[in-house]
Design a protein around this ligand. Sequence first.
Ligand code: AMP
Ligand code: TRP
Length: 333
Amino acid sequence: MNNKGNTKIRIFSGTRPTGFLHLGNYLGGLKGYLDLQNKQNYDCIYAVVDLHGITSPYDSKTYQDKIREVVLEYLACGLDPKKCHLLIQSQVPQHVELAYLLGTLYPVSRLEQLPTYKEKKKEQPHYMNMGLLYYPVLMAADILLYKTQFVPVGKDQGPHLEVTREIARIFNRRFGKTFPEPQIYLTSSSYIPSLTGEGKMSKSKEGSYINLVDDLRTIKIKLARVPTDTGKGKKVPQKGGVAVLLALVEIFEGEEKRKDYEKLYLEKGIQYKSLKEELAIAIYKELKPIQKKRKYFEENPELVNEILEQGRKHASRIAKQTILEVKQKMGIV
Ligand code: AMP
Ligand code: TRP
C-alpha cells in the first residue's frame, strides 16, 4: 500500500512474541486488524513488538523463532501484505529513540500506578526490570511514531491507550500540535475470558487458552477441563466456567445457540459433554483454514522475508520524518 502524505488514516497495532497466538489474541486483536486493513484509505502497520516481549522472562535462543511464529500467524489469519504492512518493531530503531524522548515528559509515579504494572509485579516478582515500568512509554512511542489514529487492541489494553493519549496531549501542549490522540478500536469480542473461569484468556496463565494451531483433539481436551456445574439453575451464571462456555458458543455458533442453551439451563438442564463436543467442532472449523494457510507461509520463507522487508522500509520512512520533527520541536536539532 502506498502512503501518500498524510491523507490516509493511520492504524498501528502490535502483538508480543510470547508463543503461539490464542483465541483472545485472534478475536480481541487480529479481527480488528483484519477489519481495518479492508477499509479504503487506511494505512495499517501491524508489528511484532519484540522489544516489549523481552520485559518478561524469555529464551534468547528461541526468540527469533517466536517472532517468526507471530508473523506466520498474522499472515495465516488473513493479514494481506497488499493491504497492510507487517513489521518487526526492533528493526525500526526510532521506536526506542522516540520512547526515550517521550519518557522525559511523563511522571514515573503514574507509570507505577498502572494496573498492568501492578499485575506484572504479582506475576513476575523476580523479574521487575526497568523495561516493565517503561512498557507503556514504548507502546506510546510505537503508536505516536506513525501519528496513528486508531489502535485495534483488546479491552485489556485500555489503560495503555490512555497513557498514550495523555503523552500526546502533554507533547502537543508543550511543543505545538504534533500528534493526533489515538483511539482504541474494539472488536465485538474484545474480552475473551479464561477457560479456567477466572480472569482473561492469557498466554501466561496455564490452562486458560486455546491456540490457533490447536487440533480438534487438543481443543476437546482443553474444553473438557472447563469447570461447570449441574447444568441447571434459576439464573444463568454470569461468571466462571459456564459463562465462558456460553460466551464461546455465542462467538462460534451464534447468538441463537446461546439463547437455546440459556433456556435449557433454566428448564431441562444442559448436557455439558455435548455442548463441549459441538463447541470444539465449531472452533476447529474456524481454525482449520488458518492452520492450512500458516503451513503455506511456513514453506515459503523467502516470501515472508520479502513482506517483512517491505514493511520495514515503509515504516522507516515515516519514522524518520516523525523523529526529525520531534527533535526539532524539542530543541535537540
Ligand atoms: P498480547 O499477546 O498481550 O501482546 O496481545 C495481543 C493482542 O491480543 C492485543 O490486542 C490484546 O489486547 C489482545 N488480547 C490478548 N488477550 C486477550 C483476551 N483475553 N481478550 C481479548 N483480547 C485479548
Ligand atoms: N501492550 C500490547 C499487548 O500486550 C502490545 C503492544 C505494544 C501494542 N505496542 C503496541 C499494541 C502498540 C498496540 C499498539 O497486547
